[in-house]
Design a protein around this ligand. Structure first.
Ligand code: NDP
Length: 327
């Protein structure tokens, strides 16, 4: 396993990590969660991703039970939580968002569910236009000062929003965000390959990227319909089907599958390898899996021999590289 520094922080994360969205509680029970986290840890994965909103808190409860049972040395792994969406079906005011009240309460509750003394990473799960950025930065600074989290970051913020947080942190000598959690895969490239470039260069930014397989689409499993036991077949996830099962994307994925075959690797391994190809931008790609076989296959991304020729061939198929207009 390769380890990369999270932005300009001193923390090292495995280049592949493991997350629980949709899967924990929604698709798998404790025994499978235990098996998957065990495989991940044994293969050198040291970062486990979670959020208050995943299965309305049940995902953190499940991960907490597994961690307790595993009894791994706390210094060997990194756990995250994220606040913003809340965990109520019908939230009341202050049960969502980035107010000081919600960020503090969500942190305390996540620690309780995960049965941990501190979170390693604490994310603002989305930007919140209703809360002054000063309130967010002061709150995250104080949570870290209290020892309840070690590093803070953002998820799906724009470069401008991240820079605003840095400005405030600099102005008041507060701890600034060190990481961002954006979606990044072969069909979702703008933030990582264009918007964040000035942030990487000026203040530094670690990235814990999500949906490297586009929620499973880039595994190639949906090229001939929707398998019965897959994420796209689940009630409530029709929006994912609409997002990913589009004719041009299906066509390109077919060609990528042919290319993967030609170079002797699986499509999911190729797709994940592509997301971690640049150590200057991607710190870690968070894997999701419902089955042991998927996780083991995806870990092969570490051995895919990506070179310029293959990358060029992939660009030729994708035709979606963002480009900076420097005029
Ligand atoms: P992926 O895009 O990798 O999708 C994972 C899913 O694809 C699996 O659960 C499985 O679903 C299917 N799959 C995975 N590998 C294979 C394979 N080899 N063959 C066939 N099917 C496969 O990642 P996720 O969308 O799960 O995101 C990863 C993590 O990122 C999440 O767990 C979460 O921690 C984080 N995240 C963060 C977000 C944010 O806003 N910050 C948003 C979303 C995710 P199935 O078997 O059910 O089809």
């Amino acid at each position: 396993m390769e380890y990369r520094r999270l932005g300009r922080s001193g923390l090292q994360l495995s280049v592949l990590s493991f997350g629980s969205w949709v899967t924990f509680h929604g698709q798998v029970e404790d025994n499978t969660a235990d098996e998957l986290m065990g495989i991940a840890y044994d293969k050198g994965i040291n970062f486990f991703d979670n959020a208050e909103t995943y299965a309305n808190g049940e995902s953190e409860l499940m991960m907490g039970r597994v961690l307790k049972k595993k009894n791994w040395d706390r210094s060997t792994y990194v756990v995250s939580s994220k606040a913003y969406f809340g965990r109520e079906e019908k939230p009341r005011p202050n049960q969502t968002g980035l107010s000081r009240k919600h960020l503090v309460e969500a942190c305390n509750e996540a620690l309780g569910r995960l049965q941990l003394d501190y979170l390693d990473l604490y994310f603002c799960h989305r930007p919140d236009p209703n809360v002054p950025i000063e309130e967010v930065v002061w709150t995250m600074h104080n949570i870290i000062q209290q020892g309840k989290a070690l590093y803070w970051g953002t998820s799906q913020w724009s470069a401008a929003e991240i820079m605003e947080a840095h400005k405030v942190a600099q102005q008041y000598c507060l701890i600034a965000p060190v990481m961002e959690q954006p979606q990044y895969n072969m069909f979702e490239r703008f933030k990582m390959e264009q918007d964040y470039l000035p942030v990487f260069r000026s203040v530094g930014l670690g990235t814990t990227i999500w949906s490297p397989l586009a929620a499973g689409f880039l595994s190639g499993k949906y090229l001939n319909g929707i398998p019965k036991d897959s994420r796209f077949s689940m009630p409530g996830y029709e929006w994912l089907v609409k997002r990913w099962l589009q004719e041009d994307r299906i066509e390109k994925t077919r060609k990528l599958a042919d290319l993967a075959k030609k170079i002797g690797v699986s499509l999911p391994a190729l797709a994940i390898a592509w997301t971690i190809r640049n150590p200057e931008t991607t710190t870690t790609a968070i894997l999701g899996a419902t089955k042991k076989e998927q996780l083991l296959e995806n870990l092969k991304a570490l051995d895919v021999p990506l070179n310029k020729e293959i990358l060029d061939e992939m660009e030729g198929i994708l035709q979606n590289k963002p480009h900076l207009d420097l005029q």
